[in-house]
Design a protein. Sequence first.
Length: 250
Amino acid sequence: MNAMRNVFGVDVGGSGIKGAPVDLERGDLAQERHKVLTPQPATPEAVAGRVAEVVSHFGWSGPVGITFPGVVTANTVRTAANVSKKWVGVDAARLLGDRLGGLPVTVLNDADAAGVAEMRFGAGKGRKGTVILLTFGTGIGSAVFIDGNLVPNTELGHLELHGHEAEKHASTKVKEDEELSWPHWARRVQKYLAHVEMLFSPELFIIGGGVSRKADKFLPLIEGIEAEIVPAQLQNNAGIVGAAMVAAGR
């Protein structure tokens, strides 16, 4: 594959690890993604093994962008909410690059990667002002943009809401674990959005993660939010696309 046009993206989540080559001109997957389960416990070595499995599935040789569910600065992990705490302090790019046979690796926060893709190719394209992408999954990730510029590692899923971390109250995992109806879960999401809106006054909320495929089941139920609320257009592929974009310096 042409490494100038195609770069590999991997999205590491609390429950699954998925990846594919990305067509950087179209902002879409160049091939159907390959997904494996996140190992439990999700230690650095175990996750690195699964990432290598995904990349080797395509026989890939070239730059690789990899997302991580936590704060990442200069390729080093600072927090790890839904994976093993052994990740904290790890130079993830070095670890994963070694496991991938020396391929050049870039690592960044998972929601930041999704946001980068949505702002370039998706629901945030051309939007100015404050735009916040929120990914609902095992936890809640966030990406904040000011006039198209990313404010990295915001991690707004860890804001306190009703005495608990917001993602322990309103993530997709909580909806599934507690068997919440769509209206019940929508009310929780609404309270969370109201809290984030109070803090940041965004013009636009983009709702991402796998649940964005079912946006029609809960977004119409959310009331009282001044910002526009739209589903992510790249849906659950946004992290893969954004990781590849960042690895390519786009």
